[in-house]
Design a protein around this ligand. Structure first.
Ligand SMILES: [Zn+2]
Length: 206
């Protein structure tokens, strides 16, 4: 824990001092251009992999970077309210859904019921990705677990992009070119990020 306290001191003494003007400007308002929806995984750091500064990204992170299908509901508010706020108040121009390799949340989709007993809320949350599993099961090329893992993670990203379009106004703004929607796949072990091409239906290295 001491490491974290020392980190706070170093941040204030060094990083803050180096960017004092930026922080002072940001204290009055934020105007992020992008909503970044990523996994809660400790290895996925949005500002690190995009080399962005405070004020650039409005971030929502949850297990397996899921976007609940839009409906009037009191469920999953943490994620749906962040998306709503980014769209209607901050009026972001871009939305990135960033999945990643070695995702524990995506792996949990394949766990047995008894393995999920100790994490009932996580199990309920992952129900939002049930279609992903169905899509993977329909494919004939799942030779091994590693391939299945990667395909699950990638199909999940595309599925969540589709869910995003169900939010009020998103489809119109997307069609009018006022909103860009991206699906990214980050590989932890290589530091590479792949961007989904809707035309070619593949992830292409950025
Ligand atoms: Zn993850």
């Amino acid at each position: 824990m001491e490491e974290l306290f020392n980190g706070v001191k170093a941040f204030n003494a060094e990083d803050y001092q180096d960017n004092k003007t930026l922080f002072r400007d940001l204290s009055r308002r934020q105007n992020p251009h992008t909503l970044f929806i990523g996994c809660s995984d400790s290895r996925v750091i949005p500002t690190l992999i995009t080399k962005t500064m405070p004020g650039d990204l409005f971030v929502v992170r949850n297990i397996a970077n899921l976007v609940p299908y839009y409906r009037q509901s009191g469920e999953y508010l943490s994620t749906t309210s962040a998306i709503e706020y980014a769209l209607n108040i901050l009026k972001v121009e871009n939305i990135i859904i960033c999945g990643h390799s070695n995702c524990g949340g995506c792996r949990a989709l394949w766990m047995k019921e008894e393995e999920l007993e100790s994490i009932p809320h996580t199990r309920h949350w992952l129900n939002l990705a049930f279609k992903v599993k169905d899509t993977v099961l329909r494919r004939q090329d799942m030779d091994d677990d590693i391939k299945r893992e990667r395909i699950t993670e990638q199909i999940n990203i595309v599925q969540q992009m589709n869910h995003l379009v169900t939010y009020p106004g998103v489809k119109e703004r997307y069609r009018q070119g006022k909103l860009n929607i991206y699906g990214w796949y980050y590989i932890i072990g290589t530091g590479e990020v792949f961007n989904y091409s809707r035309d070619r239906q593949v992830f292409e290295k950025i």
